[in-house]
Design a protein around this ligand. Structure first.
Ligand SMILES: NC(=O)c1ccc[n+]([C@@H]2O[C@H](COP(=O)([O-])OP(=O)(O)OC[C@H]3O[C@@H](n4cnc5c(N)ncnc54)[C@H](OP(=O)(O)O)[C@@H]3O)[C@@H](O)[C@H]2O)c1
Length: 286
C-alpha cells in the first residue's frame, strides 16, 4: 500500500499539495501533517516537528512510502520565528526526515527557498552554492545541506514568492491592506524575484515525488522577473482591483538589509519536468 506524507499541509503551499495529491490515484493514502491548524485535505496527523521523538514516532506509525516536506518556520510566523524554532524545524526536522527516508528507501521531496541567496546581478542556477544573508535563509540553506548529506537520493525543490487565488496568497493580501491604508509600508521596486503560481509548484512537487530518478536540486520558480511592487500590481489586477495608489519604495531608502535581486534560472529543472512552471502573464491571462 502506498502512503504519501505531506508535512505542513495547513500551510499556503502544503494545502494545495494535499488537495492535488488527494485528487490523484497515485497513493492509496494521503496523510496531512500539521501542527496548530487543521489541514483542508488528506487524513490529519498532528505533530510538532520541533519535537524529534514525536516526528520519529509519527514516521514509524504511518510508514510513508513517499514524503513531500513543505513544513517550515517561515517569516509568516512573525516574532515566533526565533533562531531556535528555525533550527529545530527547518534543519533538525529536515535531517530526521532525510535520515528516515534514506534508511527506509523512501522518496523524499524537500521544499526549499530562494532565500538561500543574498542577491546578485547574474541568475542563480541549480549548481550555485547558497549564500544567505538572514537567519531564515541560513536555516533553509542548512536544511538543504543536511538533506543532501543524509539522503543523496532526495529531491530538493527551491521555490520563490508563491501566489494564487484559492486561497488568496499573502502577497495579494498585503498589497490589498497597503492599498486600503490598513497596513503601513511600501512594496519595493528594487527587490526582484521570480514569483510562481502555487498550483504549478504543488503539481511539480507531486511529479517529483513520483520520479525517484530525479534527485538533487530543482528550481520550481516562474520564468518572469518582477519586483515586489510589480507583483503587487499584477496580483491586484488579476483579482479585479485597481492598484492606483499602491505605495512603492526601495530597500535602499528603507535601510533594510534584504536580498535585492534574486533571479532564479528554472530552465534545467523545466527541461526535466512535464509540469509547466508558468509565467505570471500566462497564469493571470486564463
Ligand atoms: N510562501 C512563499 O512565498 C515561499 C517562498 C519560498 C519558499 N517557500 C517554502 O515553501 C514551503 C511552504 O511555505 P508556506 O509559505 O506554505 O508556509 P506557511 O504557510 O508559513 O506554513 C508553514 C507550515 O509549516 C507548519 N509548521 C511550522 N512549524 C511547525 C512545527 N513546529 N511543527 C509542525 N509543523 C510546523 C505549519 O503548521 P501549522 O499551520 O499547523 O502551524 C504550516 O503547515 C516552506 O518550506 C518555505 O520555506 C515559501
Amino acid at each position: 500500500m502506498s502512503r504519501l506524507l505531506i508535512t505542513g499541509a495547513s500551510g499556503y503551499l502544503g494545502q494545495r499539495v494535499a488537495y492535488f495529491a488527494q485528487q490523484t490515484t497515485i497513493w492509496d493514502k494521503v496523510y496531512s501533517q500539521t501542527w496548530r491548524n487543521p489541514p483542508t485535505a488528506g487524513e490529519h496527523v498532528a505533530c510538532d516537528l520541533a519535537d524529534q521523538a514525536q516526528l520519529e514516532a509519527l514516521l514509524e506509525q504511518i510508514q510513508p512510502t513517499a514524503i513531500i516536506h513543505t513544513a517550515a518556520v517561515t517569516p509568516a510566523m512573525g516574532p515566533a520565528m526565533t533562531d531556535q524554532a528555525l533550527w529545530a524545524v527547518n534543519v533538525q526536522a529536515s535531517a530526521t526526515l532525510a535520515r528516515w527516508a534514506a534508511q527506509h528507501q523512501v522518496r523524499l521531496v524537500h521544499v526549499s527557498s530562494d532565500a538561500v541567496w543574498g542577491g546578485r546581478e547574474a541568475a542563480y542556477t541549480e549548481s550555485d552554492v547558497p549564500a544567505p544573508i538572514h537567519p531564515y535563509g541560513a536555516s533553509k540553506a542548512a536544511g538543504e545541506a543536511v538533506v543532501a548529506a543524509l539522503d543523496p537520493q532526495a529531491a530538493i525543490a527551491r521555490t520563490s514568492l508563491l501566489y494564487g487565488q484559492n486561497p488568496l496568497d499573502p502577497n495579494t493580501t498585503m498589497a490589498l491592506a497597503m492599498l486600503r491604508g490598513e497596513r503601513h509600508g511600501v512594496l519595493f521596486t528594487d527587490e526582484l524575484r521570480c514569483p510562481v503560481f502555487v498550483e504549478d509548484v504543488a503539481q511539480a512537487l507531486i511529479e517529483l515525488a513520483q520520479k525517484p530518478s530525479l534527485y538533487g536540486i530543482f528550481h520550481l520558480v516562474g520564468p518572469q522577473i518582477l519586483s515586489r511592487f510589480e507583483l503587487g500590481q499584477a496580483l491586484l489586477a488579476w483579482n479585479g482591483i485597481d492598484s492606483t495608489g499602491l505605495p512603492a519604495g526601495t530597500t535602499t531608502a528603507s535601510g533594510l538589509r534584504r536580498p535585492s535581486r534574486v533571479v532564479v534560472d528554472n530552465r534545467t529543472t523545466q527541461s526535466q519536468l512535464s509540469t509547466i512552471l508558468r509565467s505570471i502573464d500566462d497564469v493571470t491571462r486564463r
